[in-house]
Design a protein around this ligand. Structure first.
Ligand code: OGA
Ligand code: MN
Length: 297
């Protein structure tokens, strides 16, 4: 618990501290005893500070409405509208800021994106020039088994780079593939990838500095169809495999087992995430917002 006391108008001390409980040694903390529909600016400031420190925050037993989810998310920054996915744009009617992730099919039509597939380690949308700063994911229905989401601490992965690997990647960039999403589906309107050296997607440094904490972090997108400009295809593949093998070590990540009512907010500038698959016979419905970000450097 982090203590932070404030004097009330009667002169007594009010305890407005957050109850913060780290969820693993690698990354993440649960903030307990908070209804996200009811927070004030002061509580949000404490939440924001905890977010920068722990990179992923978990709030359980939330019952907030979609518009409260939008209002809470907007405290972090301006929101993106739902990006198109393999089934087109799948947002909540009237709330373009909320993307539905789901495997549920109603009358033969998918109600959301990503299906029941595994999603490989990735950061969101860094095939764009200005990838999102972060996202909030609200669990409405979750499967009894599977569908857990892992979060990886990219500061830690950077700090633990072997000297030789650090030296090799210091000045390099990655071209991030914009055609395929983390579940392996081709995005609506994308062509099949021919040559990964010339296929579309933004180029960003492999090592970035977080604009708020000023700490350095590895910045990877998806392994699939990534390419390091300036290297031969073969050298790029070998080096990318080496970077991924280093980064995806167990010591850097934590997996969250969802309960309905959970909200998880991650900092997309210093984390990666992945998702386990789950049986198509169970239902998973998640509502998600995405906060706009700046160009990484
Ligand atoms: C995402 C994502 C994983 C999940 O929302 O960007 O990758 O657990 N979601 O649904
Ligand atoms: Mn994602």
């Amino acid at each position: 618990m982090e203590l932070e006391q404030h004097q009330s108008s009667e002169g007594s001390f009010l305890d407005t501290s957050l109850d913060i409980d780290p969820v693993s040694d690698a990354i993440g903390a649960e903030i307990k005893g908070i209804d996200l529909a009811l927070i004030n600016d002061q509580t949000f400031a404490a939440i924001h500070a905890a977010w920068l420190k722990y990179n992923v925050l978990l709030f359980r037993d939330q019952t907030i409405s979609d518009s409260d989810l939008v209002a809470f998310s907007r405290r972090f920054g301006e929101l993106d509208e739902s990006p198109p996915n393999e089934n087109g744009v799948m947002s909540v009617p009237g709330l373009p800021e909320i993307l539905i992730l789901s495997n549920v099919i109603e009358n033969g039509v998918a109600i959301g994106s990503l299906g029941n597939e595994e999603c490989i380690w990735h950061t969101d949308m860094n095939y764009n020039e200005r990838p999102p700063m972060g996202s909030a994911l609200f669990a409405l229905e979750v499967p009894p088994k599977g569908g857990n989401t892992g979060f990886l601490n990219m500061y830690r992965a950077f700090d633990a780079l072997p000297v030789e690997l650090h030296r090799k990647i210091e000045r390099l960039t990655i071209k991030h593939d914009s055609t395929t999403n983390s579940a392996g589906f081709r995005r609506v309107g994308s062509e099949e990838v021919g040559d990964i050296r010339t296929s579309p997607g933004a180029i960003h440094p492999i090592i970035r500095t977080h604009p708020e904490t000023k700490r350095k972090a590895l910045y990877l997108g998806r392994r699939r169809y990534a390419y390091i400009p300036g290297l031969s295809l073969e050298d790029s593949e070998v080096l990318l495999d080496e970077i991924w093998a280093h980064t995806t070590q167990e010591q850097f990540y934590w997996h969250h087992k969802w309960r309905a009512g959970d909200i998880v907010v991650w900092d997309n500038r210093c984390t990666m995430h992945r998702r386990d698959d789950f049986p198509q016979s169970s239902r998973r419905i998640m509502h998600r917002t995405q906060i706009k970000g700046d160009q990484p450097h």
